[in-house]
Each structure stands twice: as structure tokens, then as C-alpha cells.
Design a protein around this ligand. Structure first.
Ligand code: SF4
Length: 263
């Protein structure tokens, strides 16, 4: 309700009214809506002689979730792993079984980044297990890659979003220092983001469709690490027709790594 004149009228009468904290009294659009259980003056039909004796009105305060404070992340793998293990920087810590740090050798030249752990990953503590993980392993094997030898696999968030929902922007932001440090320590020649959610988070875009991001080479972070975007294996399981396009992407990844340094 917007009744600036009514507000002035009530004030002139000495009637206490509830006004949201921070309202600008000089503005014409002051909102005088009371909180649900506040006691306010009845509609003013005639002059009121006395101030309405009411308990102190409730003040409605909108609490915005603040971004987590910056952190100093450890400069080594063991320290970083230990910090992630005990992390409580976002709400995902409340529902996880365990954090899923990532897997692969620290000298890997290819880094794969998905969006977040699912139920299997949460249970086992390793990214991309289950059917999608098996398909990813097969895709990697087709270009001579393996999570045990030359490829590091991680996620944008290290804890499972409940119900396998997408990680939210503030959760990805809270977890970003860990991913950035993983990239810094690993220094991969190429990052491959799997799926729309991971790609949007890495590119700091909000909701670009995969079709717009897939194709050209992008770059990630201050070191401008080359970043390539392709389908998530879980999507390929649901849409096997796209496997041909995925294969074309994999060949590009292979060619890029061959050009950069033979493996
Ligand atoms: S998702 Fe990342 S920031 Fe959130 S609690 Fe897990 S490790 Fe911490």
C-alpha cells in the first residue's frame, strides 16, 4: 500500500505508524504496509486525540546472504585437500556425505570440470563415477587419456547439491577459490568443461545455452588457460544422438593437445 498523505496525516496526529527501516521520509512512495503482526492505527475517520499505545512495532529486516569472505588457500595439494575436506563455506556442507575434491595426477595436462558431485560421487568421494563416469572414462580412453595417468577431473562445487540439483551461483562462488587453486597448481594445458552449468560457471555467464558456448576456444582465469566446452556425459546418456558431435569435440581436444605438446 502506498499512502504518503495518510502517513503524513497520521504523523501529524501523533499516531505511531510502522515504517520500514531505511525508508526515505521525503519520498512520495513511502510504503506504510505493516508487518503481519504489528499493531497499527485503525483507519482514520476522525482526529485521534492520543497516541495509540502499541507495543514496539516489529521491524522487518531483509537478510541477504553475504558472499563468504575471501580465503587464503594453501599453496600445495595436501593443504588444499585438507581445507576442502573441512569446508563449511556454503550450505552444501550441511547435506554432503563427504567432499569430492577431484582425482588425477598433479602433473596432468588435461583438466575436466563438471558441475558437482551426484549421489554416487557423494558416497564414494570421487568425481564422475556411475554410468556417466564410465562413459567419461570411455571418451577419455578414445583420445588416449585416463584419470589415473594424465587427466585431472574435478567439479565446480566439491559437495553434492541435494537432489542432484544444479549448484547455485553463490555456492559456485563460495567454492571458486578451490577450483582456481586447483588450476593454479595443476597448470593444465587445456580445461574441458562438461555441460552447460559448468561452462556458465567457468565463463562467469549466467545462463548461456551450451550451443552458444560449444565450438570456439575460450579462456579461464588470469592465466587464460584454454577452455573448451562440450556435452556432459549424463546428457549424452539421455541423448545418444549427440554422441557424434561429442566425438567431434573429443577429436578437437586431442588435436589441440597434440599441437601443444605431443603426449
Ligand atoms: S561446495 Fe565448496 S564451498 Fe561449499 S561447502 Fe563444499 S567445499 Fe565448501
Amino acid at each position: 500500500m502506498r499512502h504518503p498523505r495518510r502517513l503524513d496525516y497520521l504523523r501529524a496526529l501523533g499516531v505511531q505508524v510502522w515504517v520500514p527501516r531505511g525508508s526515505d521520509r521525503g519520498r512520495e512512495d513511502v510504503d506504510v504496509s505493516p508487518p503481519r503482526n504489528a499493531v497499527v492505527a485503525a483507519p482514520v475517520a476522525a482526529p485521534v486525540a492520543a497516541t495509540v499505545a502499541a507495543p514496539l512495532p516489529d521491524v522487518v529486516v531483509t537478510v541477504r546472504e553475504r558472499p563468504p569472505p575471501p580465503i587464503d588457500v594453501p599453496q600445495d595439494w595436501d593443504g588444499l585437500r585438507a581445507m576442502v575436506k573441512d569446508c563449511t563455506r556454503c550450505r552444501l556442507c550441511e547435506t554432503r556425505t563427504q567432499t569430492v575434491f577431484g582425482v588425477g595426477p598433479s602433473e596432468a595436462t588435461l583438466m575436466i570440470v563438471g558441475e558437482g558431485p551426484g549421489a554416487d560421487e557423494d558416497a564414494q568421494g570421487e568425481p564422475f563415477v556411475g554410468r556417466a563416469g564410465k562413459l567419461l572414462d570411455e571418451m577419455l580412453a578414445a583420445i588416449g587419456r585416463s584419470r589415473r595417468e594424465n587427466t585431472f577431473i574435478a567439479n565446480v562445487v566439491k559437495c553434492r547439491p541435494p537432489g542432484n540439483r544444479d549448484p547455485q551461483a553463490d555456492e559456485a562462488e563460495a567454492c571458486r577459490p578451490y577450483l582456481e587453486q586447483q588450476v593454479r597448481l595443476l597448470k593444465p594445458r587445456l580445461i574441458v568443461a562438461l555441460g552447460k552449468v559448468a561452462a556458465n560457471r567457468l565463463l562467469a555467464t549466467s545462463d548461456q545455452p551450451l550451443s552458444k558456448m560449444r565450438g570456439p576456444m575460450h579462456h579461464y582465469g588470469p592465466d587464460r588457460t584454454p577452455l573448451f566446452i562440450t556435452y556432459h556425459p549424463a546428457y549424452l546418456l539421455r541423448s545418444p544422438r549427440e554422441k557424434a558431435k561429442s566425438w567431434e569435440d573429443l577429436k578437437k581436444v586431442w588435436r589441440f593437445l597434440q599441437q601443444e605438446a605431443p603426449v
